[in-house]
Design a protein around this ligand. Structure first.
Ligand SMILES: *Cc1c(COP(=O)(O)O)cnc(C)c1O
Length: 357
């Protein structure tokens, strides 16, 4: 099996060990004579998988018992609706938003359907190259929402921002890449397809005392109902939850989140090293705001882009095309991307710069 180095922003690379295990178990799951993908979500085999995914998430991310772990549909996009639906008290309820890029801006805009977003800081004037230093959080907000890592613009909070209200973190692109203290957060949400699995399941970690019955919330996004129903309010994405369990087990066996963090720092250093050497231009220059996970960058001349991407492709490096709002290129270095992949990318970057510089 020829596997390329994949720098896609998501869906993205899965660990080889996970792929191989899923392949070996795909057609027949544990002597059932059927694939897990064909089995009832109410049956013993899937129930065991669901429980294992929960337990492994709790163990690997060190999630305390007073936090619920929910598996829901709709992606992080859905959580931009689900968060205000569950945590705000209604359309006039003020909720604070930090806007530091594409995704946090979209969450604030979407929130306006269900609450009164108060944008307490917005770094648009720096073209989302920086993190806000200070802001005023009103006393009466239901929560403060931010994006831990801006996947498009490449800015990352190295530590949780200060908040008086419960902190809501979109960790779609950074979950399990860095050790965090779950107690710093009211809600953490993440689509699985970047660091912890495949598209189709969204993980929501929520402090239980924030969960209130919300009869008007769509039932699949009603935290109280999903908690009560063990995340099986509708047919869950059974295969994605199975993949999630395999990835969490892989992270655990690799040395846990601490090992992912160490590797993540190494990979970022290798790639930024090549990008900062002169030829390329990074979107984010401030080292304190730079993402370890998504690195948007530009060639000195856009007319080189097609040649750069084609050459990368020929060298077995895929997924480097930038997001449509920024253009240029982007390298995404999620958990399953190895240090060897980062080195191969750095070699290509240096080689291309030498040839075209
Ligand atoms: C990918 C991403 C999203 C959107 O996720 P979907 O699963 O496509 O809904 C939202 N926020 C961040 C930070 C992301 O990286």
């Amino acid at each position: 099996m020829a596997r390329v180095y994949n720098f896609s922003p998501g869906p993205s690379r899965l660990p080889d060990e996970v792929m191989e295990r899923a392949r070996d178990e795909f057609c027949e799951y544990q002597n059932t004579g059927a694939s897990l993908i064909e089995l009832s979500h109410r049956g013993e085999h899937f129930l065991a998988v669901n429980e294992r995914a929960q337990m492994l998430m709790r163990e690997v991310l060190e999630i305390p018992d007073d936090y619920a772990v929910l598996f829901v549909p709709g992606g992080a996009t859905g959580q931009a609706d689900a968060v205000p639906l569950n945590l705000a008290a209604g359309r006039t309820s003020p909720c604070a938003y930090l806007v530091t890029g594409y995704w946090s801006k979209r969450a604030a805009d979407e929130g306006a359907k269900y609450c009164k977003p108060v944008v307490v800081a917005d770094t648009a004037d720096t073209e989302y190259r920086t993190l806000p230093e200070q802001w005023h959080e009103p006393d009466d907000v239901a929560y403060l929402h931010y994006a831990d890592n801006e996947t498009v613009h490449g800015v990352e909070f190295p530590a949780p921002p200060k908040a008086k209200a419960p902190l809501v973190s979109d960790m779609s692109s950074s979950i399990a890449t860095r050790k965090v203290n779950i107690r710093d957060y009211g809600v953490i949400y993440a689509g699985a397809q970047k660091n912890i699995g495949a598209a189709g399941v969204t993980v929501v970690i929520v402090r239980k005392d924030l969960i209130r019955p919300r009869a008007y919330a769509p039932r699949v996004w009603d935290y109280a109902r999903q908690l009560k129903n063990d995340s099986m309010t509708n047919t869950p994405p059974t295969f994605q939850i199975y993949i999630l369990a395999l990835v969490m087990e892989w992270i655990k066996n690799k040395g846990g989140v601490a090992a992912m963090q160490k590797q993540s720092e190494q990979k970022a250093e290798i790639v930024y090293g090549a990008l900062d050497a002169g030829f390329y231009r990074c979107h984010v220059c401030d080292a304190a705001a730079r993402s370890r996970v998504n690195i948007p960058f530009f060639l000195p001349d856009e007319s080189l882009l097609a040649e750069f991407l084609q050459g990368a492709n020929d060298a077995g490096l895929i997924g480097l095309k930038g997001h449509i709002v920024l253009g240029g290129c982007r390298a995404s270095l999620y958990n399953a991307t190895t240090v060897a992949a980062a080195k191969a990318l750095a070699d290509y970057l240096c080689d291309f710069a030498r040839r075209r510089g």
